[in-house]
Design a protein around this ligand. Structure first.
Ligand SMILES: Cc1cc2nc3c(=O)[nH]c(=O)nc-3n(C[C@H](O)[C@H](O)[C@H](O)COP(=O)(O)OP(=O)(O)OC[C@H]3O[C@@H](n4cnc5c(N)ncnc54)[C@H](O)[C@@H]3O)c2cc1C
Length: 378
């Protein structure tokens, strides 16, 4: 029986498997499809807590901590695996095109500045053009955040798989988990298409399917899929330097010759195809910010399922009432950003029982031990 069995090989499962194995634990990781083949490869790879979190609080703190982990996390992964992950923390702009948007940005800038974050409020045309020459001259103002950025999430996933292999993690892709195994009131592993898999501790990292997985035990957690449709164009002839966010879309210049354009947020169950309406809204949403995109060569569009929770915060830590079972999921729009901190904090819990950092995110806010006991009895 291994130390830890992790169910779901997206960025969260892979990062946790890597971190636990680095700490000397025996880890098995199972994935029903390809490594990172769901939300984690669909993402734009932005690392942007100051843009994403609209108020001070635990989510912003979590995001800033994870961003701060990234340079060393990425460097160690690159050195260990020999693979590039194209981390780029060279700044991003959140842009206002009219007075209403400018007032909202000014308000956001005020609390961010008061909290000591490194941000600048740009209102002069020349300042804006210096940061990004291809930004529309209709931009009225922008928050410039010089230390946020992006990573090539598909290369990150490949590096994590390699790192797990090198660390001796037992990896099973194409392995569908169909049941959670219980003995003496304790979770002892899972039943899968490869047969029974047993471990001292099981961690559910199955993204948008985390709710489906815990339903197998009669535990109800509010995780649902929120589709994101997203597209890429060629950067040939469009030397964009900076990530640009607007109210109707975002533009991310990658180091691999692509500019990633995003993204819709629509509820379609577990369907992840790209619709005509979705694609139209992405393309129409980004061109006002970078007019040069009108002539860009279209490359591809794809979709993915963000794991959303009822209160917008992830679920991290033990599942009440079920010894031997934890969850790390529900990272919604920010799982790539939050993966290093999730891996370290979950590993601190699994290795040493430390829970302080997990406190705002514990599943106990949705699942009580009493509910679980009642279900077990009845
Ligand atoms: C369009 C889009 C853009 C995004 N952009 C960003 C961004 O810029 N920055 C950012 O930080 N985040 C972004 N995100 C969010 C990010 O992608 C997610 O938060 C993150 O990938 C979640 O990771 P995960 O490992 O929990 O889920 P997933 O990557 O979905 O992995 C879960 C895995 O569990 C597996 N699984 C499910 N059920 C079973 C089963 N029964 N047996 C075995 N395996 C199973 C699935 O096959 C899947 O591979 C974006 C998401 C989308 C869709």
């Amino acid at each position: 029986m291994g130390d830890c069995l992790i169910v779901g090989g997206g960025v969260i499962g892979l990062s946790l498997a890597y971190e636990l194995s680095r700490r000397g634990m025996g880890v098995t990781l199972v994935e029903q499809g390809e490594w990172g083949g769901q939300a984690s490869s669909a993402a734009a790879g932005m690392l942007a807590p100051l843009k994403e979190f609209t108020a001070p609080g635990p989510m912003l703190d979590f995001g800033m901590t994870s961003l701060a982990y990234y340079p060393q996390w990425a460097q160690e992964l690159e050195e260990f695996t020999g693979g590039d992950v194209q981390l780029s923390l060279e700044g991003l702009l959140t842009v206002a095109l009219d007075d209403g948007e400018q007032a909202q940005l000014a308000e956001k800038f005020r609390w961010q500045k008061d909290a000591g974050h490194s941000v600048h409020f740009l209102t002069e045309r020349q300042q804006l053009a210096e940061v990004e020459p291809l930004l529309t001259d209709k931009a009225q103002a922008a928050i410039y955040s010089p230390y946020e950025g992006h990573i090539n999430n598909r290369m990150l996933l490949r590096a994590l798989v390699t790192a797990c292999k090198l660390q001796g993690v037992v990896l099973h892709s194409g392995c569908v988990v169909s049941g959670i195994a219980v003995k003496g009131g304790k979770v002892v592993g899972v039943d899968s298409s490869l047969g029974p898999l047993r471990a001292a501790h099981t961690v559910i990292t199955s993204g948008a399917w985390a709710g489906v997985m815990l339903d197998l035990l009669g535990v109800s957690v509010p995780v649902r899929p929120v589709r994101g449709q997203i597209a890429a164009v060629s950067s040939v002839g469009i030397p964009l330097r900076t990530v640009i966010f607007g109210t109707t879309g975002y533009v991310t210049p990658k180091k691999d010759g692509k500019i990633v354009l995003g993204a819709t947020e629509d509820e379609s169950g577990f369907q992840r195809e790209v619709t005509m309406a979705g694609l139209a809204s992405i393309l129409n949403g980004v061109m006002p910010y970078v007019p040069a995109l009108h002539s860009a060569a279209f490359l591809e569009a794809w979709g993915g399922l963000r794991p959303a929770t009822a209160d917008g915060k992830p679920l991290l830590g033990p599942v009440p009432g079920w010894e031997g079972l934890s969850i790390a999921g529900g990272h919604f729009r920010n799982g790539i950003l939050l993966s290093p901190a999730t891996a370290k904090w979950m590993a601190d819990y699994l290795e040493k029982g430390e829970r302080e950092q997990l406190a705002p995110f514990l599943p106990a806010r949705f699942v009580t031990e009493e509910n679980v006991s009642a279900h077990k009895m009845g």
